[in-house]
Design a protein. Structure first.
Ligand code: FAD
Length: 560
């Protein structure tokens, strides 16, 4: 009897407990028909009620605590009553939402920026959360192969560029050289620190962190690469993206760099063909050209950064060409082949076939969501054009499965991935008061020099949506501080509602444009008008005071 009692209270499988309960009941009801001596004892009323009471208490106790992992319920309840209660509350919530018991309330697939934000938010909302990271390294794209390594290298290129052009300020810095191995080593050290920090955050204990790749076995069950299975009430899929396949099969035979490999080269190529004209292509083209690589850039559409307004992209194209990038726009790729030690790309340009050769090719034609192995279609999650379809609450077509970040294919911007992760986790915790994503302040920054930054509407997007606007610009070559800095490329532009004067968009192509745009983010966040921005004091001489010029011009034009 004693081991049975102990088992009832310490077993961590409610199924076993239920079986024992049923066994007791069965024995009790069968007892009158049994004749052997031991079972005649069972028939005695007091023993029956005693044993059934123990069974019932054991099952109830376990169902209450529902501690499905060691240490066993009784010990945990005795030693850590608060923890046991918290876990019980979390379990109770999972049970109440779905009417079933799951191992976790929320499962986050992917430990990058979006996934970590979702797990942190869910845990702070009291959800019993598990996050799964299946990559070779922990850190996610931004830290390991995205924002941080690229910006560390671009800043080194900026320092090199300034040092090499110091004569503008009357400074003679002769024979400026660099040690590429040191440049890369500094970047690697920074990345290691950032990745260590992310690992510590994931291992902080606020939620369960598992190193495994996950796929859906059914809408509430994950199958892990470790062989484990987890049942979960709700999910946030945040599996990020992978480099898009090359557009020419011949490129696969020839071989090429991607942004993943270009950021960890041990040696600079002498010459490079960059395919693409997006943010990554433009940033890396400038990085390589500033480090002395002969760069040819081939872009399909009429301008680089095709989503941006033409005045902004024209300014960047001017600078890239001035710095030595051989830029072709409006092209169509035809062929790729090896020629001796080099590689050749053939493309159509202005009706002619052009061939360019270089030591290496960098294919920077974008990324695609990393969702192929998740089994989403088999459970009914809608996928369109390769990305997970979500509503503005970040819910997929299965309402208990949310998605965030690059796998949703909406924007490849890290703070958006974070915001989406937070919104998804909040909504998983509060079905009664869901939050939508708000893209009114959508911001994008290209870290070339000049930096290109936009927030809110561009003229292109305003025209496309037939949104009335007024726009005014002001150039950096007419501003005191930028003249002091010899930073004369670029301009700022404001878009305002013609009637109210509310600022609805901003663009900065210029020195530290990624920083300067934050004044307009703040202004738009508070729905400021151009009149208010123009009246706001700005210190002199600063770069930031440039915003007052288009604000004043628009304030004169907008009715109020
Ligand atoms: C070169 C480059 C520069 C960039 N620069 C900037 C920049 O300056 N500013 C900016 O805002 N954005 C930048 N980005 C974009 C930014 O890095 C991404 O938008 C952001 O990191 C996406 O975060 P995420 O959480 O969606 O995905 P990720 O960070 O990629 O995280 C996804 C995680 O999921 C894991 N995973 C995948 N499948 C599974 C599975 N089945 N099971 C378990 N785990 C899985 C992966 O291993 C990965 O760690 C840049 C991107 C690149 C490529």
């Amino acid at each position: 009897m004693c081991p049975l009692v102990l088992l009832l209270f310490t077993s961590h499988s409610p199924l076993i407990l239920l079986l024992f309960s049923l066994l007791f009941t069965a024995v009790a009801s069968a007892a009158p028909r049994l004749s052997n001596r031991a079972l005649r004892q069972v028939r005695q009323y007091r023993f029956l009620s005693y044993s059934n009471a123990i069974a019932f208490a054991g099952v109830s106790f376990q169902l209450l605590l529902r501690v499905s992992y060691p240490p066993p319920g009784l010990v945990l309840a005795y030693l850590k009553p608060r923890l046991a209660t918290r876990r019980w509350l979390a379990d109770a919530r999972a049970m109440s939402v779905t009417g079933a018991i799951y191992d976790y309330d929320l499962g986050v697939i992917g430990g990058g920026s979006g996934g970590y934000a979702a797990a942190r938010t869910a845990a702070s909302e009291g959800l019993k959360t598990v996050i799964l990271e299946g990559g070779e390294e922990v850190g996610g794209l931004c830290i390991l192969r995205g924002c941080m390594p690229s910006k560390a290298l671009l800043y080194a290129a900026e320092v090199l560029h300034l040092a090499s052009h110091a004569e503008s300020w009357g400074i003679r810095a002769e024979d400026v050289r660099f040690n590429f191995a040191q440049v890369m080593a500094r970047k690697d050290a920074l990345i290691k620190d950032f990745a260590d920090c992310r690992r510590q955050q994931l291992e902080s204990g606020k939620f369960k962190f598992l190193r495994a790749r996950a796929r859906f076995a059914d809408p509430h069950t994950l199958e892990l690469s470790t062989g484990e299975r987890l049942t979960v009430a709700s999910f946030v899929v945040a599996t990020g993206s992978v480099v898009a396949p090359s557009p020419l099969p011949q490129l696969d035979e020839v071989g090429y760099l991607t942004s993943d490999t270009a950021l960890s080269l041990s040696r600079l190529p002498k010459s490079l063909i960059v395919l693409g004209g997006g943010a990554v292509a433009a940033e890396l083209a400038q990085f390589f050209v500033r480090f002395g690589v002969r760069v040819t850039m081939i872009q399909r559409s009429a301008h680089v950064l095709q989503k941006f307004d033409d005045d902004a992209t024209a300014e960047l194209e001017k600078v890239l060409r001035r710095e030595g990038v051989n830029l072709y726009t409006g092209t169509r790729l035809l062929d790729a082949r090896r020629v001796g030690d080099g590689k050749e790309i053939a493309f159509e340009h202005n009706g002619q076939t052009v061939r360019v050769r270089a030591e290496e090719i960098l294919c920077a034609l974008g990324r695609v969501p990393d969702i192929a192995s998740l089994g989403l279609e088999s459970i009914g999650v809608r996928v369109e054009a390769g990305h997970i379809v979500t509503n503005e609450q970040m819910q997929t077509s299965l309402p208990h499965i949310y998605a965030a970040g690059d796998c949703t294919g909406l924007h490849e911007i890290v703070h958006i991935a974070i915001q989406q992760g937070e919104v998804a986790a909040h909504n998983a915790a509060h079905a009664d008061r869901m939050k939508p994503m708000d893209y009114r302040l959508l911001t994008e920054v290209i870290f070339t020099e000049p930096q290109v930054a936009v927030v809110g509407l561009t003229e292109k997007s305003a025209r496309a949506t037939k949104r009335p606007y007024l726009a005014a610009s002001y150039p950096f070559n007419d501003l005191g501080k930028s003249l002091i800095m010899e930073a004369k490329d670029g301009f700022v532009k404001l878009l305002a509602d013609p009637v109210t004067g509310e600022i609805i968009g901003g663009c900065c192509v210029g020195p530290v444009g990624g920083e300067l745009i934050h004044e307009i983010i703040a202004a738009m966040h508070k729905r400021m008008t151009v009149h208010e921005l123009a009246a706001m004091p700005h210190y002199h001489p600063t770069l930031a005071e440039i915003w007052t010029y288009p604000a004043e011009e628009l304030a004169d034009k907008c009715g109020r």
